[in-house]
Design a protein around this ligand. Structure first.
Ligand code: SAM
Length: 280
């Protein structure tokens, strides 16, 4: 239960060193030692980690975090990432060469100035938590560039709707941790839930001021048709990024694969966070 969950009071108190050892500043004097770059991508309810594993090599300069409430599933993802890291570790450095034996001084100069090698999959990790309660404990305001909500549990019964991971309250938290211009990706095979999520994101922050256009805090972004993602990926700019990420949520998530095998439909929503409005 949630009683066993540990979480920092504020994001800066979180010790990320067991999660991203390759991205911890070893010379920092503060405790905990901070990351050399912030986590910017969150996969909420990441399940078995298929999306994280697919995105790791595609977004090598970003730090991605999967958040999952089930203990055994989280442990599975941890083991999966450890195995991938071991499998893709950089080759050991060659033994140091005495500079006097080198034909030119260039070699030692370039060797010492090249950045340290970081193996693949160092940029992903997973954390066991209840995101409905603790998201702002881990991420500060406007920290994230992307939030993924892939195949969230549908909680069909009306009295269970409060357990859905998209609600007005949670939209406020997603808007808080997401930077203006950042994206939310949603996907589900339950059409009604897709519409529900669309209504929550599309309606969030709208206010009736008696005139003019009502603008919410999230604006809908066009999504490629299934099978058209590759065309978008070749177009460059935002369409290339959206195309690549939509392809991944459709094809690389465990649930997306399962729905695909069963010939089911997948309903995707992409939302761009607008700038905060200038409240009077
Ligand atoms: N996103 C994965 C995918 O597309 O394959 C898994 C989808 S699965 C249907 C939903 C996941 O969300 C489950 O693994 C569940 O344990 C997790 N989950 C549900 N509520 C959660 C919460 N409050 N915090 C974190 N994870 C949660």
């Amino acid at each position: 239960s949630d009683h066993q969950l540990t979480y920092p009071t504020i994001p800066s108190q979180m010790d990320w060193s067991p999660h991203y050892p390759a991205f911890i500043n070893p010379n920092a004097t503060t405790s905990p030692k901070p990351l050399t770059k912030p986590i910017t991508i969150a996969d909420i309810g990441c399940g078995f980690g298929g999306l994280l594993v697919a995105l790791a090599p595609l977004l090598p300069s970003s730090l991605l975090l999967g958040l999952e409430i089930r203990t055994q599933v989280t442990e599975y993802v941890q083991d999966r990432i450890s195995a991938l890291r071991a499998q893709h570790a950089p080759p050991p450095l060659p033994p140091p060469i005495s500079t006097s034996s080198l034909p030119s001084p260039d070699r030692s100069a370039s060797a010492s100035s090249s950045p340290p090698l970081v193996g693949l999959y160092q940029n992903i990790s997973v954390l066991r938590t209840n995101t409905m309660k603790f998201l702002p404990n881990f991420f500060s305001r406007h920290q994230l560039s992307h939030i993924f909500l892939c195949f969230p549990d549908p909680h069909f019964k009306t009295r269970k709707h409060k357990a859905r991971i998209v609600s007005e309250t949670l939209c406020a938290e997603y808007a808080y941790v997401l930077r203006p211009g950042g994206y939310v990706f949603t996907i589900t095979d339950v059409e009604e839930l897709g519409m529900w999520m669309g209504e929550r994101f599309g309606g969030f922050g709208k206010r009736g001021d008696g005139g003019g256009e009502e603008r919410g805090l999230f604006e809908r972004v066009e999504v490629p048709e299934e099978g058209e993602e590759g065309v978008w990926e070749r177009e460059g700019g935002e369409r290339a990024e959206v195309g690549m990420l939509v392809r991944c949520v459709r094809e690389e998530t465990e649930e997306g694969k399962k729905v695909g095998r069963n010939g089911g439909r997948k309903f995707v929503g992409v939302w761009r966070r607008r700038e905060d409005p200038a409240w009077p």
